[in-house]
Design a protein around this ligand. Structure first.
Ligand code: SF4
Length: 308
């Protein structure tokens, strides 16, 4: 249905394969960024679900330069999967949280390898400004260029509860500037943040209306050594079960236009630190259930989106 796959949603990996003609592998990079919501600039606590790795991150702190990380990552993927093309992915913490001259060196180092076709930069909406956007937009003629903004919810009461350190209006301002510069925007959302089903759908409808390019959906989960783990142990939160999550994902995607690429629908690589919900440790089971739920409903991404 989408990009010659049997998926009922616009899977980002299939979108990339369609665009470049080969499967594109992400190389996750760690440039030693921090986050203003952890280093004391905004707050020292960080978001309540954030662990030492910078929240749902797969990057590993090490002493290698960015160029070395790209070269090693590309060689490993070539050996293991016969990979041919790659995107540089800055995932952990806030990857625009340095002066623009330093960012320029970091990003340029990530683009030197001849098989890199794109760059994706994850950050917070309060860690961006015109100069940084101008720098990132300068890559877009030669590389597929994305900024991923952590938003989590459009509801300020939720952002406050999770100690996000910015409000929805802050996201809107960053989003508008980024889109004006022609950069693709992927928005991260989290389900299970003490919100009603209707409130989660309001986030879907708002993102659809804004015309975002991509979305990454996470299920809220308690990782070791986080504030949320403490809240969970004290009985302060009940997580969605897998069926509720699967239904909520399908409902959410039905409101998004088919042009929105779906970068992720369940967490990744968390099992060693995952406290709850345990079903999240079996990512592929969850993804299969989402596929089956769409078939059962005979629906698909965008089925409830009103095209004007
Ligand atoms: S913005 Fe990201 S890195 Fe910073 S505290 Fe929140 S989850 Fe952690």
């Amino acid at each position: 249905m989408f990009n010659n796959t049997d998926k009922r949603y616009n899977q980002y990996s299939a979108h990339l394969k369609n665009k470049f003609g080969v499967k594109i592998y992400k190389i996750t990079l760690d440039a030693g960024f921090s986050c203003p919501n952890r280093d004391g600039t905004i707050s020292k606590g960080g978001c309540i679900f954030c662990d030492d790795g910078g929240s749902f991150s797969q990057a590993h702190s090490n002493l290698l330069s960015i160029e070395e990380q790209v070269n090693i990552g590309a060689e490993k993927l070539k050996t293991r999967f016969k990979a041919q093309k790659f995107m540089s992915y800055f995932q952990a913490f806030s990857n625009t949280y340095k002066p623009v001259n330093e960012l320029e060196k970091i990003y340029n180092s990530a683009l030197k390898h001849p098989d890199i076709v794109g760059i994706s930069i994850g950050t917070r909406p309060d860690c961006i400004d015109k100069k940084k956007i101008k720098l990132i937009s300068s890559f877009k003629d030669d590389y597929y260029t994305w900024i991923e903004y952590g938003l989590q919810s459009i509801h300020d009461k939720t952002l406050k509860k999770i100690n996000r350190g910015h409000d929805f209006d802050c996201f809107l301002k960053a989003y508008e500037k980024t889109k004006e510069a022609g950069i693709n925007v992927c928005v991260h959302v989290i389900f299970g943040l003490w919100e009603t089903h209707d409130e989660i759908m309001q986030t879907a409808k708002k993102l659809a209306q804004l015309g975002i390019d991509g979305v990454k959906i996470h299920m809220l989960c308690a990782l070791e050594e986080t504030k949320l783990a403490q809240i969970y142990k004290e009985g302060g939160i009940k997580f969605m079960d897998e069926d509720e999550y699967v239904n909520t994902v399908c409902d959410f995607l039905e409101y998004l236009p088919q042009t929105v690429t779906i970068h992720r629908l369940a967490g990744n690589g968390l099992s060693s630190e995952l406290i709850a919900p345990q079903w999240l440790g079996k990512k592929f089971d969850c993804l299969n259930k989402i596929d089956r739920e769409f078939i059962k409903r005979n629906s698909y991404q965008g089925s409830k989106f009103v095209y004007k």
